[in-house]
Design a binder for this molecule. Sequence first.
Ligand code: HEC
Length: 422
Amino acid sequence: MNLRLLGIFLLISSWCFSQKKITYYADVAPILQNNCVECHHVGGIGPFPLTTYENVAKRAKFIAKVTDSRYMPPFRADLSFQRYANERGLTAEEINTIGEWVKQGAKPGKVSKKSIAEKRAGKLEPTLVGTSWLEFDMANSYEVKGTGKEDFRYFNLPTHLEKDVYVKAIEFKVGNRKVLHHSRLMTDTTRTMRGIDGMAEADPRVAEFQKTPLEEQFLYGWVPGNDRIDFPRGTAKRIRAGTDLLLNMHYAPSSIDEQDRSGVRFYLTDSASVEREVRTLTLTESDITNQPFVLPAETKPTFYMSYGPTQQDVSLISVLPHMHFLGKTFRAFAITAGGELIPLVKIDEWDYNWQMTYQFRELLHLPRGSTIIAEATYDNTSQNPENPNQPAREVTYGWDSTSEMMNLVLYYVPAREGDTKK
Ligand code: HEC
């Protein structure tokens, strides 16, 4: 095509586009249904429902703004660095459609018969059919007081498992989506953590419990929209006999008293079908290369982690970076012995509220001799609006949200021919 023809073609296509009438029912509602309603429904974690024309039209400009800036739907990892099986986000075309709809006056259009279906809030039924499962719930329902304050709490759920089981998927059973903001699942096989059940994170007794070396520091991190994690075919996580589950819950502020009784469901597989056991590598405080992990008041420090060179050929399933409120950016990658860079995760605007397990689209091969490197920046100044300590004070390592952490959690299996398709 010569340039003039191309020019005419572009002119015609842009004219066609601008002529297209964009309406709520025909164009916008399907986008919201697929990308927003899972959280923005009555009783959902989103601050308002986006399920009717009236609800959407009255905040149309705001919706255009938060989608254009990619603030919503929430997904904080940089997709130009690495792609994930569980990524979330609108295409440029969808963002454009919403923007154009607002420009054209946010018209409803012809009411379609299929109005937006509200997904049921707090659905507790198993979502993986044809698989046997075990479930473990909090012993009692917990009352989240209507004080308008956040509530961080631990619960201990003994499994009483008499033998090891193999788990091919883990599901979080959200008791009350109105108040449960996120949750982290850990496991303990020493049975010394039972006394932590129901304890507030800020309780000084937590520090004593924190000394117990846990079997899994991060078995699973639940955030809205990340209800289940499936391990790749032929792989499973082994949960040992006598395991106690430990839930670290973050309840959002509520103005009225609410009840929550959440739990965990393990989907089982028989050991014969498990070709490779899923293992967890957790890089933690001891892997930090510029020790000590101390964040003086009114500073913006950067910390680095290094792990390796690795001794085995492995294939990575997922990556989960973890920091608290002072975190600003996080980047992790591996460098092979031959100097090749393997991107893992890059987050430019750390958001405490949206931490998740990023699952690679396919198993990611990490050759033996690789070094894993992570870099995290923090802002411990009083100007940082996220700083839970006002004025800023010196902060060190700890589980409670007014302390800080730097973790990188990787699920992996021994590598096998054909894991990474290039
Ligand atoms: C995984 C859950 C989830 C999804 C999916 C989601 N939201 Fe949200 N949204 C939230 C939560 C929680 C908040 C309030 C906290 C915040 O602003 O981060 C919010 C806040 C908002 C706000 C107010 C922002 C502000 O600054 O007050 C708008 C507007 C919004 N969402 C629109 C959308 C749209 C449009 C989509 C889909 C394209 C969407 N959301 C998808 C959970 C979600």
